[in-house]
Design a protein around this ligand. Structure first.
Ligand SMILES: Nc1ncnc2c1ncn2[C@@H]1O[C@H](COP(=O)(O)OP(=O)(O)O)[C@@H](O)[C@H]1O
Ligand SMILES: [Mg+2]
Length: 239
């Protein structure tokens, strides 16, 4: 099999409602192994809802999610994590009153046997977290907290990570650092589904993208195509 063209994640015609609010109206997308795919869209377009329906946080009303050729639609989040997908949530989701190391160990809670080796691995990737391992996470800077959230995801031994709006609230220089880390992780083999409002930087980083508007995919293409698309330039790149 040509692993490069293998579809690792496929979302097919997924609908999701919160009570009367229809957040997703038939979304289809895919991530191939080794790709960085970005979801682009304004606030409320449905980016977080896509990630949460993949993770099984919310049950979709219709549609299927397939991961590595297995139907994982509406499995519990815990089961999905064991299958190899981890979500780095919007707002980082680190536990502020816990130490860095305890936050990291939470990422490996289903896999504690390998936690020690995984800690060595993430400390190697993020030396700052190693230095700060006994510090309370709430006292980290925004960028460090984002690194901690990504590192915690890696502790679960994922094949794909979903990273929801990592750049929110961070200075441009720190955003560049975070994007560099995502690029490196991708080179190491992680497939990445990213959501971003920082559209230019995200398209520069990613291989392909999907543009969402009010719960629907309205445009898709390679990131190069999207970067020069007149509608994208007008709506998201201020050109
Ligand atoms: N827990 C919730 N309860 C009710 N409505 C929600 C909830 N989460 C999101 N929504 C609504 O679903 C739509 C999509 O939201 P979301 O997926 O968070 O968009 P994005 O991440 O692109 O900003 C929005 O209209 C939002 O108000
Ligand atoms: Mg969101």
């Amino acid at each position: 099999m040509n692993r490069q063209n293998e579809t690792i994640l496929k979302v097919d015609d997924v609908y999701l409602s919160y009570g009367h609010v229809e957040a997703l109206k038939g979304v289809s997308l895919e991530v191939k192994r080794g790709e960085i795919v970005v979801l682009v869209g304004a606030n409320g377009a449905g980016k977080t809802s896509i990630m949460e329906s993949i993770l099984g946080v919310y049950q979709s009303r219709k549609g299927t999610v397939t991961f590595k050729d297995k139907n994982v639609t509406n499995l519990s989040a815990d089961k999905i994590v064991r299958k190899g997908i981890y979500l780095v949530p919007e707002g980082r989701g680190v536990f502020a009153s816990m130490t860095v190391i305890d936050n990291l160990l939470l990422g490996a809670h289903h896999n504690l046997k390998n936690a020690k080796a995984k800690l060595t691995y993430v400390y190697d990737l993020f030396p700052i977290l190693s230095e700060r391992r006994n510090q309370i996470a709430g006292t980290l800077s925004g960028g460090e907290r984002q690194m901690l959230a990504i590192a915690r995801a890696l502790m679960s031994n994922p094949e794909m990570i979903m990273v929801d709006e990592p750049s929110i609230g961070l200075a441009p220089k720190i955003v560049s650092d975070i994007f560099k880390i995502l690029k490196e992780l991708n080179k190491e083999g992680y497939s990445i589904l990213l959501s971003e409002q920082n559209v230019y930087k995200a398209l520069k980083l990613s291989h392909r993208g999907y543009v969402l508007e009010t719960g629907k995919v309205v445009l898709t293409g390679t990131s190069e195509e999207l970067l020069i698309n007149p509608e994208i330039r007008k709506a998201y790149l201020g050109a």
